[in-house]
Design a protein around this ligand. Structure first.
Ligand code: HEC
Ligand code: HEC
Length: 368
């Protein structure tokens, strides 16, 4: 290219990058676009692998998140118009300030209806060691999962997926962002759930005090945390099930939570609903533990008030029932035999897993 052309080109690019947006800002950019700007896909924070050692991390996906799908997904995630009566969004039950879970034992959907289970956190879900979503593993991907609550009569209560699609289509402002994210203005349920799932995938938590200590900062945590860490990965065997960067094997175990020890009956059959296998009754997926301190009460039914009470449940060997996992039964309890000080140390360790990188608030404006 000769110097003259180069200069012209440079001037033209300069015009594109400075003059055009400046001219467009006030007049053409809708208020909701300024409230939810395009942002780069964040890098995994300290403690969350960004390399090749785990499946289903962001970049391994055939169809990885883009800044455009994530922006669209962020709106959809927080938009109450995805529910039948415009009162409930995904974020009503998955609140950013509670690590995308909620501070109540079970969830409340449209018309104040209560479900039977606690809303789990999906932080670092892109790093799930196995594609087992929900407490019983009945969804195999975040996309499949996202389609569920919208049409669940006691969650968001839409009649069916066609009704959701029709509703989003009726909001003129959304078409532009489906075009931007997927290359055409077509709005369908696959695009809606893919965008929401991509937003979820970018909710990563790391760089906790514990991660910083592991990375060499000796002062990042207290002595109690260090001792709790040793117990968790040592004599208390917690990492038999709470393993990997997310502290979950994404597999199913029975601690007896929700069993009535006298009548030997269970309130929720758990994994059995998916497999119909007798010994899966009362098994639930191991919850990941990052940011766990933000989402008391605990367990699939929110029946355990705080982290101390959770550890005490292990200290007494779970709740007796025919399918109690042998990794947490009476014999385990005898070996475990933790004193109050050690219980405190385990709790301090879990509290040190509060991380950063996912925090968010609802956009202040939505496409109209
Ligand atoms: C009324 C409350 C409520 C609403 C609204 C809601 N959820 Fe949930 N969510 C739950 C509950 C409860 C569970 C656990 C259900 C179960 O395991 O059977 C759950 C489970 C999940 C999970 C599985 C997490 C995991 O690790 O297994 C994800 C992801 C999720 N919801 C995302 C969403 C999205 C996306 C939306 C909006 C489209 C949404 N939720 C709307 C309450 C809600
Ligand atoms: C046999 C596997 C297994 C072992 C060992 C185990 N856990 Fe768990 N943990 C689970 C499962 C499964 C649940 C959910 C049970 C339910 O909801 O019914 C759970 C729940 C929890 C919760 C509640 C989290 C939430 O989001 O509700 C905490 C905290 C926890 N475990 C900490 C520990 C600690 C500390 C240890 C070691 C003393 C430990 N776990 C040992 C499987 C295990």
């Amino acid at each position: 290219m000769n110097p003259c052309c180069r200069l012209t080109l440079a001037l033209f690019l300069c015009y594109l990058s400075y003059c055009l947006p400046a001219a467009a800002t006030a007049a053409d950019i809708p208020e909701w676009e300024a409230a939810n700007p395009i942002q780069p896909i964040p890098d995994p924070p300290l403690g969350i692998p960004g390399d090749k050692d785990l499946p289903s991390k962001l970049t391994d996906l055939k169809n990885p998140p883009t800044p455009q799908t994530v922006r669209l997904g962020r709106w959809l995630f927080f938009d109450e118009r995805l529910s039948a009566d415009n009162t409930v969004s995904c974020a009503s039950c998955h609140r950013p300030e509670n690590g995308f879970s909620e501070p109540t034992p079970v969830s409340t959907g449209i018309d104040g209806q209560k479900g039977g289970r606690k809303a789990p956190s999906f932080l670092n879900a892109a790093w799930a060691a196995k594609p087992n979503f929900f407490w019983d593993g009945r969804a195999g991907s975040l996309e499949e999962q996202a389609g569920g609550p919208i049409i669940n009569p006691i969650e968001m209560g839409m009649k069916d997926h066609d009704a959701v699609v029709a509703k989003i289509r009726s909001i003129d402002g959304y078409a532009k962002y489906f075009d931007e994210a997927f290359g055409s203005k077509e709005i369908n349920i696959d695009r809606i759930t893919k965008a929401i799932a991509d937003y979820e995938r970018t909710r990563m938590s790391g760089n906790s005090a514990w991660d910083r200590w592991r990375a060499g900062d000796d002062d990042a945590v207290s002595d109690d945390v260090k001792k709790g860490h040793r117990l968790f990965f040592g004599n208390a065997f917690c990492n038999n099930c709470h393993k990997g960067p997310n502290f979950s094997d994404y597999d199913f175990h029975n601690l007896g939570v929700g069993w009535n020890a006298e009548s030997m009956s269970h309130a929720d059959e758990g994994r059995y609903a998916v497999t119909q296998k007798e010994d899966d009754k009362g098994k639930f997926r191991t919850p990941p533990l990052r940011d766990v301190s933000k989402r008391a009460p605990f367990m699939h039914d929110g029946s355990v008030a705080n982290l101390t009470a959770v550890v005490k449940l292990y200290v007494k060997g779970g709740i007796p029932n025919p399918n109690l996992d042998r990794k947490v039964d009476q014999r385990y309890a005898e070996i475990l035999d933790l004193n109050e000080r050690q219980i405190k140390q385990l709790v301090a360790f879990m509290e040190s897993l509060d991380g950063e990188g996912y925090q968010d608030v609802a956009p202040t404006a939505f496409p109209q």
